[in-house]
Design a protein around this ligand. Structure first.
Ligand SMILES: [Zn+2]
Length: 286
């Protein structure tokens, strides 16, 4: 799932490549991905792309006249920039992974795609990004928040720190992968309870958030959209590395599984050497 660094890099790439170009036309192949009907996609035709921004994990392509194409890539969505499209034939609804195509006046453009069967990609055409419900409820940006704001936000919600850190209404931009990385860098258990965190632990969590996200943004910026996924994977220390050695201490990275997700952590770095209970396994045993 694209998180703050990848969406930031996609916005940066679009600012470099698409700003100044006019939209030739927008083709919608997955009607279910389009969450708004007014303005219609055809309203973008002839308008120039003037900016690309990020709100949390939402990408916002701004066109002339104050229309925003706001995209939430969800778990399996992605943006593919095309220097040229293979044909001028419009997309056929319901065929293939491309949900929406934006053609620009120089023959380039981008496809929004979604892999898999869970269709969660969401596209909104609005005149104000705050009209998108998910954008309206976003908390402060995880990378931009200073320590007092960060601490206040984390303490405002009592719960396991992993869940609170990925709650977009608390802080925006962090998802499953970077929260594993941030908690590892802060040497905190994913199950630590937020209102029991000490000032020192919160300061460490804040510093780790800035360091992990800042580093990922620096590595991602300037990368072409196609290279971002590999770049993200290469920087991970615990996320998606179950069974591999922790690069900090050499202990084996472990996993806790949930119904439709999992988290990874290092026992030596984060939980005093103790493995966390895997609820899926304990349910099987019971
Ligand atoms: Zn470790």
């Amino acid at each position: 799932m694209p998180e703050l660094p990848e969406v930031e890099a996609l916005a940066g790439y679009l600012r470099e490549r698409a700003v100044g170009r006019r939209v030739d036309r927008v083709e919608v192949a997955a009607i279910s991905a389009l969450k708004t009907y007014d303005p219609a996609p055809s309203a973008l035709s002839g308008r120039a792309v003037v900016d690309a921004r990020r709100h949390g994990k939402f990408l916002d392509v701004v066109v002339d006249g104050g229309v925003h194409l706001v995209v939430h890539l969800a778990r399996a969505g992605w943006l593919h920039y095309r220097e040229a499209f293979p044909s001028t034939t419009p997309l056929r609804p319901g065929k293939g992974p491309v949900a929406l195509r934006v053609r620009l006046d120089d023959g380039s453009g981008f496809d929004l795609t979604e892999a898999g069967t869970q269709k969660k990609l969401a596209v909104y055409l609005v005149t104000d990004p705050a009209q998108v419900p998910g954008v309206a409820k976003l908390g402060p940006d995880a990378l931009g928040a200073d320590l007092p704001t960060f601490a206040e936000r984390l303490r405002s919600r009592r719960g396991q720190v992993k869940g609170v850190l990925t709650d977009q209404a608390v802080l925006s931009g962090v998802g499953n992968a970077y929260s594993d990385e941030i908690l590892h860098a802060a040497k905190l258990s994913p199950f630590a309870i937020t209102d029991r965190l000490t000032d020192d632990q919160l300061a460490a969590l804040h510093a780790a958030t800035r360091a992990v996200l800042g580093d990922a943004v620096r590595r991602s910026l300037g990368q072409r959209a196609a290279e971002l996924k590999g770049e993200k994977r290469s920087g991970l220390k615990v996320h998606a590395r179950t069974g591999l050695p922790c690069p900090v201490c050499g202990d084996t990275v472990r996993e806790v599984s949930f119904a439709d997700s999992s988290l990874q952590y290092c026992p030596t770095c984060q939980t005093g050497g103790k493995p966390l209970a895997d609820r899926r396994l304990s349910r099987l045993v019971r």
